[in-house]
Every structure is written in C-alpha cells, then in structure tokens.
Design a protein around this ligand. Sequence first.
Ligand code: SF4
Length: 336
Amino acid sequence: MTQVRSAAAQPLLSVNGLRVGFASRSGLVQAVRDVSFTVARGEVFAVIGESGSGKSTVAQALMGLLPPSATVEGNMRLDDLDLMALSKRERRRLSGEHMALVRQDALSALNPCTTVGYQIAETLMVHRGTTKAAAMAEAVRLLDLTGIPTAKVRVNQYPHEFSGGMRQRALIAMALALQPALLIADEPTTALDATIKAQILDLLLKLRAEFGMSIVLITHDMGVVARMANRMLVMYAGQGVETGEVGMVFERPAHPYTRSLLAAIPRLGVRADSLAAIPGQPPSPLSLPAGCPFHPRCGRAEELCTQQQPKPLILAEGQSALCHFQPEKRDVRILA
Ligand code: SF4
C-alpha cells in the first residue's frame, strides 16, 4: 500500500464536495451535503454543530466506518492518498496507522472483557508485528504518557476499573499507539465533568505538540473550539455554513447561525435567562426547507432565502459563509 508522504506545501487532509446519504424506508437521507475543508499539518481543525448536523457522519466517512448502506460521494485525500480509491483492507490499515479515532463514549468503545493494556498492545501486535511483551511495555509507556497514574498496575486492569476520565485517556493512548498523522476526536469530552474535560483537552494539545499530528475535533461546544482550534467549520443541516480562522469567526461571525451559536454561550455577568436561544429545531434531513435550510430559524431571512439556496460568500482571510447576505456591521464583534 502507498505510504503517506510528508509534503509541507499541501494540506494533510483535504475533503472536497463530500456527500453522504443513507437509504431509508422514507427515501434517501442526505446526512452530509457538499462539505469541503482542508486540515494543515499540526493544525487543530474544529467541526462544530448541533446534534444531527452531520459532523459525526463526516468523521465516520473519513475513518471509513460508515455502514455498507451508506453512499459516499466526493473526494477525500490524506496527503497523496485518495481515500475513496482504497480497498476496505487498505482503508482498515490506513485507519490504524495514519488516522485514528477517539470516540466520545469510552466505555462502549473499549472491550469490557479484555484488559486495557492488552487492547492498546493488540494494535501494535497486529499492525507492527511487535511481540506481546514489547507491546505491553509500550502500553505502559502510553498510559503513563496520557497521565494515567501507576500505569504499570493499570495496564492489567479492565475498563470497568477505570474512571470515566481514565477511560478517555486510555482511548487516546490506544489512538496514539501507531503515532498517526491525523487524530479525529469525536466529542472526546462530552461525558466528562469540567475539571477532567480541561485535563483531556490539555492532554490533546500536549500530544499534538509532542507528535506533530493534526487533529480534527468534532464538538458542539464553542468553548472547546475557542480553547483548542486554529480553524473551524460550522455545520448545519448537513452543510458547512461557515469556515475560517477561529479568532476571525469569533470576532466577526458571518453566518446568522454562527452568530446565534456565539450569542448562546454563557458568559460571566450575563444572566442565564437572558441568553439568546435559537428558535425552533434543526430540520429533518428527510424534509429540508426550500432555499436556505436555516431560513425558518433565521432572524435575518428574506423572501429570497425561502426560494434559493445560497452560494458561498467569500470573505477576507479564508473566511466564507453560506448566506445570501454580507454580514452587517451590527453583527460583528459579538463577543466584545
Ligand atoms: Fe439567513 Fe437567508 Fe443567510 Fe439563510 S441565506 S442564513 S436564511 S439570511
């Protein structure tokens, strides 16, 4: 199989016109519609959106984990590898060696019948042919690296003997075993309390610096994006509706949905009951509104929005938004 090569000029990951559909009794459910983005080497790229926006489907498409019933179209490249052209076997191998996924539910992601250490070691034994003794020693090192105390003892324990935070660290250790170029973290802190969440996010940043890997961070939490990411993609109803540098998007959000998400962030000195909520619910992918899918919830919608799909609005410095209208002056510096 072709190996992933380093080429500083091109992005590590590029996704172009990705579409994912699922056959259902009610027809084709188009969960991801024409999503494009790139991820540079060493970059943390956040994909943010509400539940059902399609962000986890993007992660599964990247990892080749979608069910056979899914139809996937578009282009996905990891360096010079065309992910769409790989066989299932090549894809599995690539997923272990060059891309790894950290899921949100560590308890169900780990095998309850096998020790945590063996689950990490198995990756090395299968992919690298490492002996069991050497692989278990490496599992101890990786658990230690991810901040698990008394790793020599913990390596022989089962997932139920770990706390939620330690299970998440163990999943990260497993993902790091083969030193992937790209780590996809799908809501890695959702089930954790605030202190452990902060520790896991710090750990991911530390490991990124240490291993020089890129991270695609899937989240619904703007606070996590602000803390972690260099660039971001906002998803709504299966589409990427805004992308850009995190500082730029937070400072000057261009899409009304992004502005609504930012306005809903709790802040010191702002009463919880005065936070702006986004009216209504995200649409079902089976019955998307005509025109812009955000129009029933958008405070800025006009007649045009109910009739025509917007085209991307290209703004300064790599920022773009899927909206018919330029951002108004009153919309900028929402967090100031
Ligand atoms: Fe709102 Fe219209 Fe822009 Fe859609 S196109 S986000 S409805 S203003």
